[in-house]
Write a new protein. Structure first.
Length: 267
């Protein structure tokens, strides 16, 4: 089985091209979990299938490291756009279908394929945000809990994340937990991801959720905004339009994606 490994701001993914051969199905939970295992498999935060989809350049099917198909992964979406470019499916633009609907991506690829590619991924609109003090709950393709903090580097992210993710309210379906701190260079963020059940170096839908939450936290007027966000794995930015009715549209998650290596499993 030929595979490729990609990372976007430290979020890493196993990529499989399933246009001609079906290597895995949604039922292969144990195999996907094994492949994502960092000691006994290839190692990754998740696994992504690139498949044919009529009317689109391709379909993205995303699995968390626990082997279960999951909701939208923003950095995974940016990485699959870079992968599609590598395969010759996309030039500087592509349209694809994911579990939360249609996405489009703008691709700025360097001449050297081993250098980072800049990907701008259009996310789904956000129509509802629940807020209470310095905490926010919203869905940006995946469900997110965002809390604004100070002394972010001193937090035990696994302990903090599990306290929310396994709380009575969220334990059944799970939720991704983001602690965010405002800084002079934008937002700083740390994320605990369900399905991985650990802190990850970045989370694209989490970065998007944090940017929208910061707009509300700072009580900004409606309009267009770009928010720089520093995750542990690198810098990203989020552009969006905030409307008076509380809806957020034209949301773009922007950042690097890079091929790490390719190989065959088993050797």
């Amino acid at each position: 089985m030929k595979f490729w490994k990609y990372q976007g701001a430290g979020n890493d993914f196993i990529m499989l091209d399933q246009r001609e051969t079906q290597w895995l199905t949604r039922a292969d939970t144990a195999a996907i979990e094994h492949l994502c295992n960092r000691r006994f498999g290839i190692g990754a935060d998740g696994l992504i299938l690139l498949q044919n989809k009529p009317g689109f350049d391709f379909e993205m099917v995303y699995f968390n490291a626990d082997g279960r198909e999951s909701s939208m992964c923003g950095n995974g979406g940016r990485c699959i756009a870079a992968f599609a470019h590598h395969l010759g499916l996309a030039g500087d633009y592509c349209r694809f279908m994911a579990i939360d609907g249609e996405h489009e991506a703008r691709i700025s690829a360097p001449a050297n394929p081993w250098l980072e590619t800049w990907i701008e991924l259009k996310m789904t609109d956000v129509a509802a945000v629940e807020s209470s003090g310095n905490t926010y709950v919203l869905n940006t393709g995946s469900p997110h809990f965002v809390r604004f903090e100070t002394d972010l580097d001193q937090k035990d992210m696994v302990l903090e994340g599990r306290a929310v993710r396994y709380s009575d309210r969220f334990s059944k379906e799970g939720i991704n937990v983001n602690l965010v701190e405002s800084a002079v260079d934008g937002l700083h963020i740390r994320t605990y991801e369900r399905g991985v059940e650990d802190e990850t170096l970045a989370c694209g839908t989490g970065v998007t959720a944090a940017a929208i939450a910061s707009f509300l936290q700072n009580n900004l007027p409606p309009g267009n905004l770009e928010v720089p966000v520093l995750a542990k794995g690198g810098r990203l930015s989020v552009r969006f339009q905030a409307h008076e009715n509380g809806i957020f549209t034209d949301i773009w998650l922007c950042g690097p994606a890079q091929q790490v290596f390719e190989g065959n499993w088993p050797d």
